[in-house]
Design a protein around this ligand. Structure first.
Ligand SMILES: *Cc1c(COP(=O)(O)O)cnc(C)c1O
Length: 406
């Protein structure tokens, strides 16, 4: 096949405009780094939006994917496949007694959770439709499909796509009363992120998570936790909600699970796993052996390299040095998050700061409000965590010379 040589032209002419035009062409990755088409090297603290949890092209992941590609690429859920069986078992060990469903993305994981809540509502009320409410968090994010979008109370996400699914009342972060006051006979579930990622790194307190668990138990509603961004070690626990010592009734996963290979998953606790019966849900590519060996490699590497402890140990001094930047830079208002899911909240739109960081070789991701997200690989080197702080310090000093001498 013959192609247009200029990639910008290709993107401008042949690609839909749902994304803003990218300003970098990435051609390869290794460990903490990616390279563009002019061979410039970047320290990647965006990791493909929190997906490349083992860094880029981790040798174990490359080996597992290559080997599986030579053996079986796809067969579908009409058949058993050992990698899927192994992944189910591994995730049950990490999540608790229950069962797994696999899909390809975070949005599909959210759809699965919402479908679970409907099935539960029918079981609870005895009729269709009467118990279909899912209370969600203000500023939350659960994906771009109709279910996920309806559960995402953000005008910038929903605008242009009405009518959405009804019955997603909104509660406030760390305000249990705002949830409790909305629970009624029609409520099937609560769905939240333990740390809001896209929304701007807003952390649900341990107390709030515990109060939600108690509320769900008292009112007999499902506590569904979206760990798509926070899960698989990113915050220093396998799941972010573990810090509260609580158990979810269902958990959505995706992003970091495959180390960059697309996979989504939903774990459902034993008590509720019978809700899905043959024919009630499905996904052609879900649990594909390529995706499953990728996820298994991520889980094995987390265990072998003791990555959860590593994230906890390395993130503490790193977050502290990021916080110290506030002393010398007025533009930085707050540092939020946990482990390797960190948001820098700026006084003003940080687009220029982000662009300047990129020029100096540090890739970051925007989040809601004036937040720049830092999402290093779980395997990031200690020296690169320091480098990240130096680069941010340099850029902020350059952009506000007066403030830097405060
Ligand atoms: C990214 C994200 C999603 C959507 O995942 P996709 O793979 O983009 O569909 C859902 N929930 C949360 C919390 C996310 O961060």
């Amino acid at each position: 096949m013959k192609f247009t040589e200029n990639i910008e032209t290709q993107y401008a002419e042949f690609r839909l405009k749902n994304y803003g035009p990218p300003d970098l062409t990435i051609v390869k990755g290794e460990g903490d780094y990616v390279w563009d088409d002019e061979d410039n090297q970047y320290l990647d603290f965006g990791t493909g939006i929190a997906t490349a949890s083992l860094g880029h092209c981790h040798p174990a992941l490359v080996a597992a994917i290559s080997k599986q590609a030579e053996t079986l690429i796809h067969a579908s859920n009409l058949y058993r496949m050992k990698p899927q069986g192994d992944l189910c078992e591994a995730l049950v060990k990490l999540s608790g007694p229950g069962g797994l469903f696999f899909c390809n993305s975070g949005a599909e994981a959210s759809e699965t959770l919402i479908k679970l809540s409907r099935l539960y509502g029918i079981q609870k009320s005895g009729t269709e439709n009467s118990a279909s409410k899912v209370i969600v968090l203000d500023n939350g994010f659960h994906g771009r499909t109709f279910g996920g979008m309806s559960a995402t109370p953000q005008a910038k996400i929903q605008k242009g796509f009405y009518p959405l699914l009804p019955s997603f009342p909104v509660g406030k972060l760390n305000d249990i009363e705002s949830f409790a006051s909305q629970v009624d006979e029609a409520t099937a579930a609560i769905l939240i992120e333990p740390i809001q990622g896209e929304g701007g790194i807003h952390v649900a307190s341990v107390e709030f998570l515990r109060e939600l668990r108690v509320l769900c138990d008292e009112k007999e509603i499902l506590f569904m936790i979206d760990e798509v961004q926070t899960g698989v070690g990113r915050t220093g626990n396998f799941f972010a909600h573990e810090v509260a010592g609580i158990k979810a009734d269902a958990i959505g996963m995706a992003k970091g699970l495959g180390g960059g290979f697309p996979i989504g998953a939903v774990w459902v606790a034993k008590k509720f796993e019978e809700l899905f019966q043959p024919g009630s849900h499905g996904c052609t590519f879900g649990g594909n052996p390529m995706a499953c060996v990728s996820a298994l490699t991520v889980l094995e590497t987390i265990e072998q390299e003791n990555l959860l402890q590593r994230v906890r140990d390395l993130s503490e001094p790193w977050i502290q040095s990021l916080n110290e930047l506030k002393d010398t830079h007025d533009s930085l208002v707050e540092v939020r998050g946990r482990g390797f899911l960190i948001g820098l909240d700026f006084k003003q739109d940080p687009s220029k700061i982000q662009a300047e960081l990129q020029k100096r070789g540090l890739l970051t991701v925007r989040a809601g409000g004036n937040v720049v997200r830092l999402l290093p690989p779980l395997t990031v080197s200690e020296s690169n965590l320091k480098r990240c702080v130096e680069l941010i310090d340099d850029v902020l000093s350059q952009m506000e010379p007066a403030a830097s001498t405060k």
